[in-house]
Design a protein around this ligand. Structure first.
Ligand SMILES: [Zn+2]
Length: 461
């Protein structure tokens, strides 16, 4: 561990000093900083330096953290459904045949969702995420009322990306009858989020085989033209491979590349079942993948046999870790998913030298930001970046005694429950484990009532 050198100069007096015994900046080649302070102004990190020095220079600045805290960058959740599953969380049975969980449960729940349900779902999901240290969430592409989900982001005070339901299949909820109708919905979200400090409008499609070639090409072009990202689901199980082979004669990623729909602006959800030719196409187009290991285990999708995410990373592929849905992995705990990613990598390779905690944590922080095309903005503790910081309580039982390697202890011994305070864009959004901007008890009462209404309206249970 090294003492913090002073880095940056305080152009504006800090609005907040974040203090920690140890700071993991996650910057390339960095070592943990001891007894450091992170100064914040206008939502951004202005200085990183010795705590004693910065506190002496700014005796009146409010502080958070201090002794008994480890500071890490706010975590990134690269694939999360913020509506639909939340109000029926952990309710869909875990012994259903493939597809039934989606089409007999999740889709009817989405179809019965009101705007109020969307806002409450997103708020509850983002509270759980924030309490587990997540400050940036990529919505996975199934939002009916984006204005209400944006209100959820604002209520909790965290950042993310947001689009709207994007599929052109007939007879399904929130589907567009034409490609233009689907794209118009995305355009509305781009306008809604224009100039937003923490939430970016992305283009989101459901993906799988639930999009026409015309739609995916036009949607990808739209994201490219607007200099934003696009995300959609592909090949969590082997059913997309079968349907693309039947329809096009090619495997999914090969077909999408032949259409010109892949590229560095694309974040594929999952990419578990990929052939050699598909891996080559994703690498040559610099297409990124959101990897959600708990979802594949909950749904029995075969990641332990087929997953090639580590090989993809080792060949230069961009990967971010995600959590998926509250009935697919359930917990919105990126640290838990990070530990699983490391464990699966070692076990699948039967090689303990493969992909350890340090590598895995990179793909929940700076590596994740890179996969989202946002490495200049989030993912590490660095001067000029958004002040997104999670403070871990190292007085908790799992942190006693402290390991000389905080990354090993964070990933293998701990999880989101160790997170005590969270700063998002310079604002304290979680203090002492509780969200600061919303009334969690009142939301819980609302959630119980809305759960019952939704179960009835959707004909579930
Ligand atoms: Zn998903």
């Amino acid at each position: 561990m090294t003492a913090a050198p002073t880095n940056g100069s305080p152009a504006t007096p800090p609005e907040l000093l974040v203090l920690a015994d140890t700071v993991l900046t996650m910057e390339p080649g960095s070592t943990p900083l001891a007894n450091a302070a992170i100064a914040v102004a206008d939502g951004r990190i202005t200085v990183i330096g010795p705590a004693s020095e910065l506190q002496a220079a700014h005796p009146d600045a409010p502080t958070i953290g201090g002794p008994g805290h480890l500071a890490i960058p706010g975590l990134i959740n690269a694939h999360q459904h913020l509506t639909g599953d939340r109000l029926i969380r952990s309710m869909i049975p875990d012994d259903l045949e493939p597809g039934r969980s989606i089409f007999e449960w999740a889709v009817p729940a989405h179809a019965a969702h009101t705007g109020d349900d969307d806002e409450l779902s997103a708020t509850l999901s983002l509270i759980e995420a924030a309490c587990n240290g997540v400050t940036f969430t990529v919505e996975a592409g199934t939002v009916a009322h984006p204005d209400r989900v944006l209100a959820g982001f604002d209520a909790v005070g965290v950042g993310g990306t947001l689009g709207s339901w994007g599929w052109d299949v007939s007879g399904e909820p929130w589907a567009g009858d034409t490609v233009d109708e689907v794209l118009d919905r995305q355009r509305v979200v781009q306008e809604l989020t224009a100039g937003h400090v923490r939430v970016d409008g992305w283009v989101t499609l459901v993906g799988h085989d639930l999009m026409s070639d015309e739609l995916v090409v036009a949607a990808s072009d739209m994201a490219r033209r607007n200099d934003t990202g696009i995300t959609f689901h592909l090949s969590p199980s082997d059913s997309d491979t079968a349907s693309y082979l039947e329809r096009t004669g090619k495997r999914p990623a090969v077909h999408l590349d032949d259409l010109g729909a892949l590229g560095s602006h694309v974040l594929l959800g999952h990419g578990v079942h990929l052939g050699d030719d598909e891996l080559d196409r994703l690498l040559s187009t610099d297409t990124a993948i959101a990897y959600c290991p708990w979802a594949y285990l909950r749904l029995g999708q075969g990641v332990t046999r087929a997953g090639r995410h580590v090989e993809f990373i080792q060949r230069g592929g961009r990967v971010a870790i995600g959590c998926d849905a509250e009935n697919a992995g359930d917990a919105i705990d990126v640290l838990g998913a990070t530990a699983l990613a490391a464990g699966l990598a070692k076990d699948m390779a039967m090689d303990p030298t493969a992909f350890g905690a340090h590598a895995a944590l990179h793909h929940a922080t700076l590596g994740a930001a890179d996969a989202l095309g946002m490495a200049d903005e989030i993912g590490s503790i660095a001067v000029g970046k958004r002040a997104d910081i999670a403070l871990v309580d190292t007085t908790r039982p799992e942190w006693v005694p402290l390991s000389p390697d905080p990354v090993l202890q964070l990933v293998w011994a701990s999880d989101g429950r160790s997170v005590r305070h969270v700063v998002s864009s310079g604002q304290v959004v979680v203090r002492d484990g509780e969200p600061t901007l919303v009334d969690r008890a009142a939301l819980a009462i609302d959630a119980r009532a809305r759960h019952h209404r939704l179960v009835e309206a959707a004909g579930l249970g």
